[in-house]
Design a protein around this ligand. Sequence first.
Ligand code: NOJ
Length: 544
Amino acid sequence: MTERWYKQAVIYCLDVETFQDSDGDGVGDLRGLMSRLDYLARLGVTCIWLNPIHPSPNRDDGYDVSGFYGVDPRIGTLGDFVELVHQCDNRGLRLIIDLVVNHTSDQHPWFQQARSDPDSAYRDWYLWAKTEPATREEGEVFPGYQRGTWSFDEEAQLWYHHRFYDFQPDLNWSNPAVRNEIGKVVAFWLQLGVSGFRMDAAPFVIEEIHPDTSDRRFVFDWLNDLHDHMAWRRGDAIVLAEANVDRSLIPEFFGPRGDRIQMLFNFLVNPRLLLALARNAATPLVTAIESSPPIPDQCGWATFLRNHDEADLSRLLDSERADVLAAFGPEEDMQLYGRGIRRRLAPMLGNDRRRMEMAYVLQFTLPGTPVLRYGQEIGMGDDLSLPQREAIRTPMQWSDTRQAGFTSSDKPIRPVISTGEYGQQKVNVTAQQSDPDSLLSWFERMLRTLRECPEFGEGQVTVLDPGLDTVLALRFQSPAGTIVTTTNLVDEPCMIDLSPLAGAERPMDVFGNRRYDPAAPELSRVDLDGWGYRWIRLSRATRG
Ligand code: NOJ
């Protein structure tokens, strides 16, 4: 039996620089993170995904890498990193890191040599054009903040391609030398003990670029090669890819035999999850789940509610997007790139505790592995006075003391949220840890229960018809047993009929927004509070 740890995982995403500072310079670091591993173990997450940790001029929060074989000196050393891996191992926590290989920083020595010396071997590591490309203005990812996708480099006297900002020149993946080097980068970090990578911008990595056409051709074989290479180095390593692509392309990214990418973030479900919350209706989610393409058994989805970027609504219809914006990001300042919302979940849901629980339960019981962004577990807010996505990247709020216990410096890398409803006096870990009714304590209970239910990770999922559009009901069937989840998306109590599921065993509530009276075996009258949820176990394999 193959171990698929990633299907049973709970992934916690954090940016080392804003998590915990250990040396008082105002920047979070690896030693600070190490001091918080017990917190993460207690929370119940099983895998940590670190946003980029490499040396970087930090013009895109580390997504502009200037050296792939190191750690940014601001956050520590390679020695600290290895110690972190060891400390994670001690607690049974896995570690994955961002793999940002579509582009480098323009300060990367590869680009510096490529631009300055036409004879350099690195010249062909990037994408150049002699004349102004016809597609110069097309395909921007950050509209309003990015100027085109081709820029003129004075030094090289050539145009270079950059899918993202102009300081992030794209690597030329058609060049085998580039692929070979990235293979070494991957092997390096696997050797140091990571369990895999979150692959940044996967579709852009494998697209072939021509200056005169915006037609794309994806070279999926490169993903097969990466998959094989990793499997030889570390059999259980995974790639969790960011591929916000059309539904029809999803099977290609997983590979026909599951031989490319193990996990993809579910960008089909995420906007529909937000739409379901905005409309208080399960239909968008039902449609999203039922229209999800079948995926190979060894592959899986990663679900998220909010991540470190804007909530991208570009896959919704105009009327749908308008509803989500009206509900969760009505002011222009809350919106970004003409397609998304730059807010954290708590403010989006008006800090309504019951609604937040319901939203997280929805996410955590969707088919796939849940990913939780740091600070969500305590209901952190955002700071809209900060530019673009920085609004949702403020320091972790550990306590009500100065700088929220994040740093002893007066100059944190980004201001700590210190006033209002989401200020560190009101929202912090220390206070919530000692309060059994806090959101954090609730998360700990929810994750503990989730991890005791193997049905969720490996089970076959069926969308049920509870007879109400306001309730999502899913059945998870696995060799370990069967669980049904019911979530009420509206603030009115209801009664649903699940009688087609009635079986020999007595149904048993395993988790809920409160302790419900046990459902009768015929399951014809299952009650749910407004914004309530229940996980009911229908059967369980007998344990030997
Ligand atoms: C996607 C990342 O999530 C985002 O934060 C970054 O700006 C771009 N890729 C460029 O690397």
